[in-house]
Design a protein around this ligand. Structure first.
Ligand code: ZN
Length: 165
């Protein structure tokens, strides 16, 4: 396993539509293992293959504890509700913007051996599914915001959240 360099906004590879994975071979397994190690080191919520410069439809998402979800050729099956909160991206380091996403998302994807499965998530997980799948079509969350949040705006948001609880 190896940590790969994360591609930063402005790199052409982040704007490309990725090709489906067709070979569920060692090369894919190495890619997924490296992506998981890279994501763990960066302490992010999710990482898509184009973010390490590979234009294939593969994603890893951080779960509970050390578990990470591997999604190969993922597709959204169902989405509902709405949530708005600050969102960031490892390819846009140190910045945040308010993004509205569905509050519930159900997906299907293949595992590293090519078996299809379904997964679903709410709140942060639903946000993560949408954000990472958009990477596979060459889109970044920054296309959905009108401005990056200032430190004051971020702080005000988290304070308002605390008051609600
Ligand atoms: Zn991202």
């Amino acid at each position: 396993m190896a940590i790969r360099r994360i591609v930063i906004q402005g790199d052409d590879r982040l704007g490309k539509r990725c090709r489906p994975v067709t070979d569920f071979n060692k090369r894919l397994h190495d890619l997924l293992d490296d992506m998981k190690e890279t994501l763990a080191e960066a302490q992010g919520a999710g990482l898509a293959a184009p973010q390490v410069g590979v234009l294939r439809r593969a994603v890893v998402i951080a779960g509970d504890g050390d578990d990470m979800l591997e999604l190969v050729n993922p597709e959204i099956l169902e989405q509902s509700g709405q949530q708005t909160s600050p969102e960031g991206c490892l390819s846009v380091p140190g910045k945040w913007g308010m993004v509205t996403r569905p509050n519930f998302v159900r997906i299907r994807a293949q595992d590293r051996y090519g078996e299809w499965f379904e997964a679903e998530g709410e709140e942060l997980m639903a946000r993560c599914f949408c954000h990472e799948l958009e990477h596979l079509d060459g889109h970044l969350y920054v296309e959905r915001i009108d401005h990056f949040l200032s430190e004051e705006e971020l702080e005000a948001y988290y304070q308002s959240q605390e008051e609600e609880e």
